[in-house]
Design a protein around this ligand. Structure first.
Ligand SMILES: NC(=O)C1=CN([C@@H]2O[C@H](COP(=O)(O)OP(=O)(O)OC[C@H]3O[C@@H](n4cnc5c(N)ncnc54)[C@H](OP(=O)(O)O)[C@@H]3O)[C@@H](O)[C@H]2O)C=CC1
Ligand SMILES: CC(C)(CO)C(=O)C(=O)O
Length: 248
């Protein structure tokens, strides 16, 4: 496998800055943020502070990529994954690029894979990190971990076949038998997060930004309806957050 020397981070928010700091401190990789327009202007030459240390991360414009990156780390919010953003992610890649999305939800790998090529996607999820973003200051008490997975259903298939396999994958996903020990493990992980930290969603609420609630609670509600499984507690929290968002 080709070595990873250059990494582009797409989304210089709480997670993007945390990983930019971690990669800069713990590897020889050259770390870049990728952005265009006002974001490029804001980030280019800027000093960001992560856990008390200053970093000046180079910034690449998607229209001015001289050679593909070895790794693209996607750290956007779900609603940022628009067609133009997906095109910009694609502009950072070449045939040997790996793409790692640490975004929450079930959709980002599919959307990015559709535009950039499913074969480039390394399926993964970030857990236990508690990254907070305030202006150019970023903090996290725990780096957490990235858990790598593999979904063979999403690679090497034509579109129709892939669609069927995605449906199969979803069925398999719903067939997973969650045990109470899984919930215990999740509670243990939550207990490792900083008491002074804020979830990504709380940060969005406080900043009066759109939240990702529709891909979390919204997705559970849709699946519950489809499978005729009542999800009243989920619906209560979902509707509370929807009302809070609409009152902003
Ligand atoms: N925060 C956490 O601890 C954790 C977060 N996650 C997940 O990770 C993902 C990222 O979360 P988080 O880092 O908190 O989110 P943030 O909102 O802090 O960061 C998202 C960043 O993406 C930038 N962005 C949006 N659109 C574009 C674009 N077109 N081009 C370049 N940059 C863009 C935003 O820029 P701008 O500010 O200019 O709009 C923002 O800086 C989410 O899916 C979240 O659920 C998962 C585990 C933990
Ligand atoms: C689970 C949690 C709270 C931290 O990993 C998270 O994913 C978030 O802040 O969005």
């Amino acid at each position: 496998m080709k070595s990873i020397d250059r990494i582009a981070i797409f989304g210089a928010g709480a997670m993007g800055a945390a990983y930019a700091g971690l990669f800069t401190d713990n590897s020889d990789m050259r770390v870049f943020f990728a952005a265009r327009g006002d974001r490029f202007a804001r980030l280019d030459g800027a000093i960001i502070n992560v856990n008390g240390s200053d970093y000046k991360i180079s910034v690449v414009h998607p229209d001015r990529v001289d050679r593909p990156f070895d790794l693209v780390l996607v750290t956007l919010k779900h609603h940022h994954l628009t067609e133009p953003a997906l095109k910009d992610i694609n502009a950072l890649t070449g045939p040997d690029t790996l793409i790692l999305s640490v975004m929450n939800g079930l959709e980002s790998e599919k959307l990015i894979g559709h535009v950039c090529g499913h074969e480039k996607i390394v399926p993964a999820i970030a857990v236990g990190i508690d990254a907070v973003h305030q202006n150019n200051c970023f903090t996290f008490a725990n780096p957490g971990k990235i858990i790598f997975g593999n979904d063979p259903a999403l690679s090497n298939a034509d579109d129709i076949d892939r669609l069927e396999r995605i449906k199969m994958a979803l069925a398999r996903h719903r067939g997973i038998n969650l045990q109470s020990s899984d919930i215990d493990q999740w509670m243990e992980m939550l207990n490792t997060l900083s008491p002074d930290g804020k979830t990504s969603m709380l940060q969005d609420m406080e900043a009066k930004r759109k939240t990702e609630v529709e891909i979390f609670g919204g997705a559970v509600e849709v699946m519950g309806k489809e499978d005729a499984i009542p999800t009243p507690v989920n619906s209560t929290f979902l509707n509370l957050i929807r009302v809070m968002e609409s009152n902003q």
